[in-house]
Design a protein around this ligand. Structure first.
Ligand code: 2PG
Ligand code: MG
Length: 418
């Protein structure tokens, strides 16, 4: 059965163009759409943009043409069930370290579409196919819902990017999602009471973007909402300051003040002592290893997640392991640009006893690939934004369906224990 690939340009949740790929075998047709970040790490694989007059330079016609004219003939006679062969054929064709010849967006679109086609050919759900190729056991994830947006994702003065509700103490995924949605609504009321209606306009990931600047203030509001609903035994908080974006001339610009890595580490330590923090992502710049080592010493039990630091890249993960820079991977398939490498990055992390949080991008689409991915990998943690905006809820809703059909166990608190 030959594989037919057909790519086209569609738009993402920010109205920017992205790559959609259809993979068919004459009987089945699978489709995948590639997401796109805003706070991107400098070590990520290259997202190919046309840089011409269309869409302010963000067009992806070159990446689309690369799928249709170069990748399609190279994959035509391969078996989509052999994900490694599919992806390696594209690596060979691209022949660069950062996928800059074909574009990581072209390669990933084809990689995900072929993965879905393989599941269809096997007659199994995607999460089951992922479980087969990763040799892991299916697990329903704890959702980490970003309910206050700052940084480059919102038009407010918060320097730190994400404040997430983590219903780790729920009994199952559906209950976790309900608790988080109820807390999101309660939080909305608290914000409106203090800052008025404008404060509950939402940012790129569906979280509120209130006019705050002090990085502790969102934590105070989240904790108040959790306590007023009596959920303190079940609901925790995660943060992603996305610190590479705050790093200016060797210091961290927080609320107009330049902090050294040591001062910022003290600030995080105080937050962890005051609020129910369960996970902290990108506390320091992607190349500020000293900062990362410091936070690991100060908060050895806390889950410290590497996003820009690791860019889902096995080589960066090895470097971070050698330096004891963190103890969890943020898994974003488009940072590395293929399903095979993303699974390898996850397995390398699991083998070292690290946590793995599967993640959306701030520029998302209706594609729900990561919902199946997180279950099939048994990673136990996913972040997909607030319980609002279709491109975010698409993933949570797919997880509700998977829970219903698979009966897989819920990750719970233990997936955050390091
Ligand atoms: C992050 C992400 C997703 P972006 O920093 O973790 O929340 O943002 O996609 O803009 O890199
Ligand atoms: Mg991040």
């Amino acid at each position: 059965m030959a594989i037919n690939l057909k790519a086209r340009e569609v738009i993402d949740s920010r109205g920017n163009p992205t790559v959609e790929v259809d993979a068919s075998d004459g009987t089945n047709r699978a489709r995948a759409i590639v997401p796109s970040g805003a706070s991107t790490g400098v070590h990520e694989a290259l997202e190919l943009r046309d840089k011409d007059v269309r869409y302010g330079g963000k067009g992806v016609r070159t990446a689309v043409a690369n799928v249709n004219n170069r990748i399609a003939p190279a994959l035509a006679d391969l078996d989509p069930k052999d994900q490694g062969a599919i992806d390696h054929a594209m690596f060979t064709l691209d022949a660069t370290k950062n996928k800059s010849a074909l574009g990581a967006n072209a390669i990933l679109g084809a990689s995900m579409a072929c993965c879905r086609l393989a599941a269809m050919q096997k007659g199994v759900p995607l999460y089951q196919h992922v479980q087969d190729i990763s040799s892991r056991k299916a697990l329903m994830p704890v959702p980490c819902l970003n309910v206050i947006n700052g940084g480059v994702h919102a038009g407010n003065d918060l320097d730190m990017q994400e404040y997430m509700l983590v219903p780790a103490g729920a009994d199952n995924f559906a209950e976790a999602l309900r608790m988080a949605a109820e807390t999101y609504h309660h939080l909305k009321g608290l914000l409106e009471k203090k800052y008025g209606k404008n404060s509950t306009n939402v940012g790129d990931e569906g979280g509120f973007a209130p006019p705050m600047a002090r990085p502790e203030e969102p934590l105070e509001f989240l904790t108040a909402a959790i306590e007023e609903l009596g959920l303190q035994d079940k609901m925790m908080i995660a943060m992603d300051p996305a610190s590479s974006e705050m790093f200016k001339e060797g210091k961290y610009l927080v609320q107009g003040t330049s902090l050294s890595a040591g001062e910022l580490a003290d600030r995080y330590q105080a937050m962890a002592q005051t609020f129910p923090l369960i996970s902290l992502e990108d506390p320091f710049d992607q190349d500020d290893l000293e900062g990362w080592k410091l936070i690991r010493q100060k908060l050895p039990k806390l889950q410290i997640v590497g996003d820009d630091l690791l860019v889902t890249n096995p080589e960066r993960i090895a470097m971070a392991m050698d330096n004891d820079a963190c103890n969890a991977l943020l898994l974003k398939v488009n940072q590395i640009g293929s399903v095979t490498e993303a699974i390898a990055a996850a397995n390398k992390s699991f083998d070292a006893g690290w946590g793995v949080m599967v993640s959306h991008r701030s520029g998302e689409t209706e594609d729900t690939f990561i919902a199946d991915l997180v279950v099939g990998l048994g990673a136990g943690q996913i972040k997909s934004g607030a319980p609002a905006r279709g491109e975010r809820t698409a993933k949570y809703n797919q997880l509700l369906r998977i829970e219903e059909e698979s009966g897989a166990a819920f990750g719970g608190r233990k997936v955050f224990e390091r």
